[in-house]
Design a protein around this ligand. Structure first.
Ligand SMILES: Cc1cc2nc3c(=O)[nH]c(=O)nc-3n(C[C@H](O)[C@H](O)[C@H](O)COP(=O)(O)O)c2cc1C
Length: 462
């Protein structure tokens, strides 16, 4: 029996079952839940054979079939790269002109099909990693400016190279055109929309943030100029896929970067307003970069409200009138989620880590079967220490485990085969194996070998 975060007295989840309206695409999400983007690292990756690299395998399709039946209004994919030389992580899907093939198209078509099978809107997160591309993938990635990511030590990553600033011409040919190509591919594959990844320090965030954008041309300087690339991508996608098609366009953006010179909420609010004016259907609020992660509580005042960015998103929401605002990060209980809506911090709720061990958590919440997520031991629920790195490894292993068995075989229990880390025996077996994996990851990174996912099969508790 899994252990959950206690909720007392029980709360009413009804508000979470309300529909959300996307104003430009004129489409509805059936409820307020969104499965947040999570890098899966399940695809083949071979730098020397890009034709097979980044094609979603059956395991990926099994995974999305589970989330597709999990009761979400919207299911976002993990980030899909628009450029094989600027991937967020090796092992994720890639859509780029030179890699087009019938097998890539067919795999993505299947992903869209299974994700939508139970009525969820299937939306692809499109990403260009910019300066946050691993050095093993690209020694000199493109960025807004030549500000190198330094002093960041990631387990399993040898570092990040000095970036090359994009010329104005390259902004069009290397960035805008690639996002448009990928968006069109997604549309043709049957997805309901795309989300631009403009958060967590990836390329679009590099343009939006003053720490990484030192440009003096029309893409740098004022907040309006730093947001320009996003607006141009929007227009270019809409020129190919007009609003009348019902194709949804959203963006994930930082509300704050927790750095002195980083993006502040005032600029983020200004940008969000610009995105609404342009026609973005939804904005997902997040925060942090590789230099300063935001996936845990920075302030005691937000701990009780669960969501890490609740104060910032409240400011941003006040400035919006029709674009749907999703808040992601830290939400774990019905009171936390419903209060975020009622207090005016968000219209919708993004869920990441809690839906790795429980792909159907929204369904269980809406059916009033549960009041909260599973109490994962790495998230300091109950006052312990947060172990962020271990939490990521656990989430990634769970993602791998969920792909192991098809949805059809686990219909009655979508958590079948997923480790229950609240079971002490399972936890005690997982922890040393995960630590060993992290050591191997580091050794391999030094040799230039990339291993992506921790393929861990639980022996008990599944
Ligand atoms: C394993 C893992 C992979 C992630 N990959 C992505 C990603 O590809 N794109 C993205 O925007 N955020 C990514 N995130 C961040 C999540 O979307 C989310 O913002 C974060 O986990 C906070 O939400 P949570 O507290 O509900 O987990 C990832 C998080 C985890 C745990």
């Amino acid at each position: 029996m899994v252990k959950r975060i206690p909720v007392n007295p029980p709360a009413d989840p009804s508000i979470l079952g309300e529909k959300l309206y996307f104003p430009t695409a004129k489409r509805y999400a059936s409820n307020r839940f969104m499965k947040a983007a999570m890098t899966e690292k399940l695809c083949p990756y071979d730098k020397n054979n890009l034709q097979i690299t980044g094609i979603p395998p059956q395991r990926y399709i099994n995974l999305y079939s589970k989330w597709g039946h999990g009761g979400f209004g919207v299911v976002l994919t993990g980030n899909i790269a628009v450029d094989p030389y600027h991937v967020e992580a090796p092992g994720n899907p890639i859509i780029e002109k030179s890699l087009d093939s019938p097998s890539r198209r067919e795999a993505l078509r299947k992903v869209a099909e299974v994700t939508k099978a139970d009525g969820a809107l299937a939306i692809v997160q499109l990403t260009h990693a910019g300066r946050q591309t691993y050095i093993s993938v690209n020694e000199h990635p493109y960025s807004a400016s030549d500000v190198q990511l330094q002093g960041v030590k990631f387990v399993g990553v040898a570092g990040f190279g000095k970036p090359i600033p994009l010329t104005e011409e390259q902004v069009r040919t290397e960035i805008i055109d690639k996002f448009v190509y990928a968006a069109k591919y997604c549309y043709e594959a049957g997805f309901d929309g795309i989300q631009l990844h403009g958060a967590h320090g990836y390329l679009l965030a590099q343009f939006m943030s003053p720490t990484t954008n030192k440009r003096t041309d029309k893409y740098g300087g004022s907040a309006a100029n730093r947001a320009r690339i996003v607006l141009e991508i929007y227009d270019a996608i809409r020129a190919e896929i007009p609003a009348e098609t019902g194709f949804i366009i959203g963006i994930k953006m930082n509300s704050v970067e927790f750095q002195n010179e980083g993006l502040q909420t005032e600029d983020a609010t200004f940008m969000a307003k610009e995105y609404e004016k342009k026609g973005f259907d939804f904005i997902e609020i997040s925060g942090g970069t590789y230099e300063k992660f935001g996936f845990n509580h920075q302030k005691e005042s937000t701990r009780a409200r669960e969501a890490y960015f609740v104060e910032f998103s409240t400011d941003i929401k006040k400035a919006l009138s029709k674009t749907v605002l999703y808040l992601t990060g830290g939400l774990r209980t019905i009171p936390g989620m419903t209060n975020a809506i009622k207090d005016g911090a968000a219209d919708g709720i993004g869920l990441g880590r809690p839906v790795c061990d429980e792909p159907d958590l929204p369904k269980k919440i809406l059916q009033r079967d549960v009041q909260s997520s599973i109490a994962t031991p790495f998230e300091a629920v109950g006052g312990g220490e947060t172990d962020f790195a271990m939490g990521l490894v656990a989430a990634n292993s769970l993602i791998w485990q969920a792909g192991e068995v098809s949805y059809e075989k686990t219909k009655d229990n979508p958590s079948y085969g997923l480790m229950d880390l609240t079971d002490e025996e399972v936890y005690d077996a997982f922890l040393p194996a995960a630590k060993e994996f992290l050591v191997k990851l580091t050794e391999n990174a030094e040799k230039g070998i990339v291993i992506s996912v921790f393929e861990y099969k639980p022996e008990t508790g599944a």
